[in-house]
Design a protein around this ligand. Sequence first.
Ligand SMILES: *Cc1c(COP(=O)(O)O)cnc(C)c1O
Length: 425
Amino acid sequence: MTNDSKWLATEKRYDSGIYTKHDVVMVRGQGATVWDENGRSYIDCVAGYGVATIGHSHPDVVKAVQEQAAKLMAMPQTVPNDKRAEFLQELVGVLPQGLDRVFLCNSGTEAMEAAKKFAITGTGRSRFVAMKRGFSGRTLGALALTWEPKYREPFGDAVDNKNVTHITYGDVDALRAAVTEDVAAVILEPVQGEGGVRPASPEFMQEARRITKEKGALLILDEIQTGFCRTGKMFACEHFGVIPDGMTLAKAMAGGVPIGAFAMTGEVADRMPAGGHGTTFGGNPLSMAAGTAALRAMKREGLSEQAREKGEYMMEKLRALQSPKIREVRGLGLMIGVELKEKSAPYIHAMEHDEGVLCLAATPLVVRFLPPAVISREQIDAVVAAFGRVLDNVNPRAERQAELAAAQDDMGQAQVSQGESIQTE
Ligand SMILES: *Cc1c(COP(=O)(O)O)cnc(C)c1O
């Protein structure tokens, strides 16, 4: 199953090498389907890590980008722009009540950096409380909040997390103890994504709101993955009846075009000194035009309702597989995790190679599905049927032994141990 594509070889040759590359070159997408360079189609339950919620190459976003590209692409945020004003109004229109001030940037991790800085100036404090299994991004500031040691350890002391307390997600007593008078903000995902697709309990969310208010700390929700219809509501906080003081946003917000934002209350925004933060590409007219088109399409197409219904349908079908290899099916809307009793990587690999379905890992045991909300019932049926076959047919232990045997045939007795490792995402 080697791929001798020149594009694959070239990309692997010149890329920084930090990514474990798949063995396929994707060239086109439409709705929930993507195609490789040989014309093979795949049902895409990765959707660019949850970016393509409105579907790949949504016609409204394509049109907005084409028109704006021909008109104006660069204009810094000191200079007002029609598309930026329009997007801000559209975004504030869907945000929870009170979050009516927005810092615009280009990615999720940048939104987290902004959240930290605004929380510090907004409260005059500098400690943070974050969650075990939480994921906040990869820049040094966001990384300090990210719990998983493998993301932080290669950088040692450069990741300054002395000011961060990590508590167990869902532990109200630990949260109460951690939110001391010097805490600027509690930062959490309403559904942990990277951490294994774990929805928060309503009590935890509501207590987090109550405790932060009591102690004068901010509650900042990381809705980078959960936002924009993914969980069956425009924002996941709506499931819990909780309105935060700040919210980080990115991924699906502009229908595939890079974008990020930190939305906050006027009280928080007003305490940042003028010039206290900034970014060159943030709020650029191209992503603003794409964002407005994406938000309008989400509302017009009732995308959150689609995600809710299809998510319930898909989880029901996954549970009905009743595979002995499945420990649990969980999620919210179309953010779905299937925890296996063994490593998920061989199954994810087989889904792509044998079945033409893209899905991804979330911790080594969990298979994560983040399909576009425009995925059809037929496509969901096909994904679940494929997953059932893969669970039945893939036998990682037998395959590993076959690999070992092949390696021994090839190389005499040498290098047997190499076949032992299973690659995870
Ligand atoms: C993806 C993600 C980030 C980081 O966003 P990038 O755009 O990759 O920098 C942060 N938090 C959560 C919850 C995410 O899912």
